[in-house]
Write a protein that binds this ligand. Structure first.
Ligand code: ADP
Ligand code: MG
Length: 307
């Protein structure tokens, strides 16, 4: 049996808690009133413990006055349900090839399942969240068919119902934030006919962050950051360097849309863009309320690319 804590132990625990809160004060002041967009994907979405920690972080940040918007992915679950229905998942450069049937599955999983579960999880921690996809509010998230070309041959590739975001009618998000509600965004947009298009969640997070003039965009993923040619994660990378890494195949698979999204976010004026290790519990609070980054900061630095 654990020994009963003494008055001195309790005093120490209480003091440590107070000290931590006081240390967080300048960070809280820095981000309060600012908009922070979180792309919630990777490991943090799969593990119940990590997921719980993300929800706690989101509710805490919201509680101290940060305007948090959560954009989620859900690729593995779409693949899993699709497989049970006999659909074999196919990807080109990290983008899911989406026929009509896959689109219906993606919509069911992303909007019907994942968004709602996240909104409920936030609710359980005492926050108020609302799940929404581009189909809602008159079609607030617009896209067109992604005109994708093969990275090597330049030949057009038919990705099916895969969209490229064209417009974010962000007022609905601003209204929700103003009313103290945390928007939870599913990566489903609509075309001009308001028919659903599957959009990579990294691209959705970037479009949303740009439209809201976000101070921070944090991609929670399942690696320790963006890895360079040596295969080790780098704490910071300039946009020039990252561009080069995409072009030379240092960055592959799901990191291609993510790295591209980072670069686009910087171009759209988002203050700080990071790819964070979602396997670290409370990665969001570590990123926002301490000096300890848990991944890679993509910088607008004017430095020239290194060989
Ligand atoms: P998410 O769910 O976060 O979008 P993805 O699987 O789409 O995750 O993308 C992250 C994956 O990208 C990593 O798990 C890793 O396998 C892959 N990857 C490819 N190139 C790199 C790189 N240079 N640095 C880090 N990860 C990379
Ligand atoms: Mg991905």
């Amino acid at each position: 049996m654990a020994p009963t804590p003494t008055a001195v132990d309790l005093d120490l625990a209480a003091r440590a808690r107070v000290a931590a809160l006081v240390e967080a004060l300048p960070y809280v002041q820095r981000w309060a009133g600012q908009t922070v967009v979180v792309k919630y994907g990777g490991a943090a979405q799969v593990s119940p413990e990590l997921s719980q920690a993300v929800m706690e972080d989101v509710v805490l940040l919201h509680q101290v006055g940060v305007n948090v918007v959560l954009c989620h992915g859900g690729g593995p679950t779409v693949s899993e349900l699709g497989k049970r229905l006999g659909i074999v998942p196919r990807f080109v450069d990290g983008l899911r090839v989406t026929d009509e049937e896959t689109m219906r599955v993606a919509q069911q999983v992303q909007v019907g399942l994942i968004s709602r579960d996240i909104a409920a999880a936030i609710g359980r921690r005492g926050g108020r969240a609302l799940g929404l996809s581009g189909q809602d509010a008159g079609g607030w998230l617009r896209a067109r068919l992604y005109p994708y070309t093969d990275r090597v041959t330049g030949a057009p590739v038919d990705l099916g119902r895969v969209g490229e975001v064209t417009e974010v009618r962000a007022q609905v998000l601003r209204d929700l934030l103003h009313d103290g509600i945390i928007p939870v965004v599913a990566p489903v947009a609509v075309d001009e006919q308001l028919d659903a298009l599957n959009v990579n969640a990294d691209a959705v997070a970037t479009a949303v962050a740009g439209a809201l003039g976000a101070a921070r965009l944090i991609f929670l993923t399942d690696v320790d950051g963006i890895r360079g040619p040596e295969g080790t994660p780098v704490p910071r990378v300039s946009r020039h360097q990252l561009d080069l890494w995409i072009a030379t195949g240092v960055v592959t698979g799901g990191m291609i849309p993510k790295a591209t999204a980072c670069l686009e976010a910087l171009s759209a004026g988002v203050g700080r863009v990071t790819v964070a290790d979602g396997r670290v519990p409370h990665a969001l609070l570590l990123e926002l309320l301490t000096d300890r980054g848990v991944g890679t900061l993509v910088e607008d630095a004017p430095s020239e690319p290194q060989p």
